[in-house]
Design a protein around this ligand. Sequence first.
Ligand code: AMP
Length: 492
Amino acid sequence: MRRCAAARETHNLTQFTDLALAKPLLKALTDKGYTTPTPIQAQAIPLVMSGRDLLGIAQTGTGKTAAFALPILHRLAEDKKPAPRRGFRCLVLSPTRELATQIAESFRDYGKHMGLTVATIFGGVKYGPQMKALAAGVDVVVATPGRLMDHLGEKSAHLNGVEIFVLDEADQMLDLGFVVPIRKIASQLPKERQNLFFSATMPSEIGKLAGELLKNPAQVAITPSATTVERIDQSLIFIEAQRKRPLLAELLADKSVERSIVFTRTKRGADRVAKYLVASGIEAAAIHGDKTQGQRERALAAFKAGQVKALIATDIAARGIDVNDVSHVFNFELPNVPESYVHRIGRTARKGKEGVAISFCADDERNLLRDIQKATRQTIPTFDRRNDKTLAAAAAVADKLAPPEKYVDPRRADPRNNVPAELRKQRNRGGRPGGAGANGGGGNGQAKPGGQNRGRNGGGQGQAQTKPAAGGEFRGPKRANGAADQRWNPID
Ligand code: AMP
């Protein structure tokens, strides 16, 4: 594997056995067939084992989960003691449920010979089992901020026992408006603790947050783009916006496409594309924040099992999803931010494999293309499929199936899936839209502002009520009229 080769060159043949990790961890690594740490692991593991705070600049795919999970498990096992009731020794915050699930799986996997306990806390599922899991105390909790805030508000969890705090995908947290809940959570953590902070990019607000949370951190930066991007066969097709769906169906029909992720800018767009592909006889499923937890899990499982050829996803939904053997990435629309282009195409060519990335570009996306080429310092080979009559005929059929959306210039479109700007501001300020109570960012986190609610059940105000249900068990904050509208709520 090339990544391992790179690790050997830069770190003088570092092997996991050189890192003084506890024996049960080495055994779990051997079970998995991992012998050589990736660069971020080789650098971060000794630092974290020594108890230092860490600022890691790395994205998914670099092996960063093991870079923190292994030394954390090592430290917890070294000083084994029971976690306090309703408390935990290590807290990992993740922006999405999918990533939280994957991180927890990694902890369980690497820690399977250690007898440590791991639990996940995220929205979209019942509170009861989570409360039960927390009751006796847990060694490692992987949580999304909204639901954790709910548990803290309800006193079904507390942070008094946290010794190690990990913030993963911090830049994504910022995009999702989680910075205020994170600050609130951090304010409840014990002063004496180890902090690990990971982010793929370092916008200034994330730098500021890192400065507040970390104490004299060691820094490890891994730039995945060069090696990953080099292995990806990139191309771009100029095409009219309304003909993108038939073009995608045509490309997906090719035998070389085994498993692909198609990126759309909006959740509705993802649904339209999935609907069209299914109608065209291509196994496809959409994954985004409007889907229920069950739908998302089923779509992901079918995709992993190879039953679904194309997973149609928004940036946020796809971020952190670790699926190997993705042969193709399609950018149905170009991303508004050039870094997202690198993140998206990095879903393929994982673990040293080759991959193909094909982007569609309508006339009004050319500025975005220019930005991407500038940022990645590369010229993507282009093809022109405009004025293609076959595609035009197919596009007419596609439009009947799912009427076209008004096409918005991506530069003017909201980069966060049409979250109303006004609402974003409120979330960032931490104010509860509609003036609700102390559970800020709670539930699956968030409420709609009064008057803006386009809820399926007709405009309920986002009021958080945190009293236990009459039947005894606390079932989570309720929205008035039961309208838990999360149309705009990206993923958690
Ligand atoms: P991550 O960046 O944590 O999402 O990890 C990306 C993928 O690499 C996951 O599927 C890991 O299981 C895998 N992985 C992590 N560390 C290693 C390693 N040292 N050798 C081989 N594969 C690894």
